[in-house]
Design a protein around this ligand. Structure first.
Ligand SMILES: *Cc1c(COP(=O)(O)O)cnc(C)c1O
Length: 299
């Protein structure tokens, strides 16, 4: 029907705390937190963060406190939301409801830039240290080099290739960067559809790629050209639903019974459909389903 040989990698079904790509990163990050003897983990994200939900579960299981700085809707300074857009609610729905069940200590802040939120998380961490806690800080989305390493490892699971393209939703970058590392120098292209309009994303990804190359002792990191990151599916902003993503969500649900989420996978799948129609992506294609369905229940 689409004219391509489409496969889906079901990280939405990995099982841990309702699944999703963050579980892979957490296997490594939580091992490091434990090694460090952490008594509390501090992170930040959007209120509907899938990472905070899975992190909250991992922390609860290990008896480590989990403190998260969140805001309803991150946006770039000067960036205008469409007036008709319903403000994301900080009511306990979707992932936020699950965070409550898990006992995550959620600290909410007004909407603003990511940088402002990072600063709030850093000051929470400093306060906790001052109070005698042993703090392990995790960047937004778990995108430290260790998080990217998890996706370098994930590539080894694929045995239906070779693929002409692997398509992922991209935001904090470790999913995209880890896979791009794994397939560097092969015929498989990793195509990321940005779910965040931030123009500096590609620079952030290149920096993460350099850190991953160093950590794994590889001589050659990724160049900017190795990072195929596209902004054509992001719509009006991070977390702002788009018509194309709504259509993609309905289409895949009705043809395969597979649910996508409105913030990441719906947009990336819409981007993929556009790229197939435009003849930019074809052949054997893998869509990496990164999870995120709890956000479907927040609209
Ligand atoms: C976090 C997330 C992404 C983006 O992955 P990054 O590694 O942060 O780029 C994609 N999809 C879902 C469902 C996510 O929760």
């Amino acid at each position: 029907m689409l004219g391509v040989d489409l496969w889906i990698k079901r990280d939405d079904l990995t099982g841990f705390a309702l699944g999703g790509n963050k579980g892979r990163k957490l296997e490594y990050l939580m091992a490091q937190a434990e090694d460090d003897g952490a008594t509390v983990v501090v992170t930040c994200g959007a209120a509907q963060s899938n990472f905070i939900r899975q992190l909250g579960a991992a922390c609860a299981m290990l008896g480590i406190r989990c403190v998260a700085a969140v805001m309803g809707l991150p946006y770039e300074p000067g960036y205008e939301l469409p007036p008709s857009f319903p403000r994301p609610t900080l009511d306990a729905r979707g992932n936020l409801l699950l965070d409550m069940i898990l006992g995550v200590e959620v600290r909410t802040f007004p909407d603003g830039s990511w940088e402002t939120l990072y600063a709030h998380a850093a000051s929470i961490a400093a306060d906790l240290r001052g109070a005698g806690e042993r703090v392990y800080e995790i960047p937004v989305g778990g995108s430290s080099p260790l998080g990217a390493y998890a996706f370098l490892q994930a590539a080894a699971e694929l045995n239906a290739g070779p693929f002409d393209a692997i398509v992922v939703p991209s935001s904090s970058g470790s999913t995209h960067v880890g896979l791009a590392h794994a397939f560097a120098g092969t015929a498989t292209r990793i195509v990321g559809f940005a779910c965040d309009p931030e123009p500096a994303l590609r620079d952030d990804f290149a920096a993460l790629a350099a850190a991953l190359a160093e950590a794994t002792g590889q001589r050659r990191g990724l160049s900017q050209e190795d990072i195929d990151l596209r902004y054509d599916a992001v719509g009006a902003g991070y977390g702002v639903p788009s018509h194309a993503s709504r259509e993609a969500i309905e289409w895949l649900a009705r043809t395969e019974g597979v649910f996508l989420d409105p913030i990441y996978t719906g947009k990336a799948f819409a981007g993929l459909l556009g790229a197939i129609r435009g003849g930019e992506i074809g052949g054997r294609v893998l869509f990496w389903h990164t999870g995120g369905m709890p956000a479907l229940f927040t609209a």
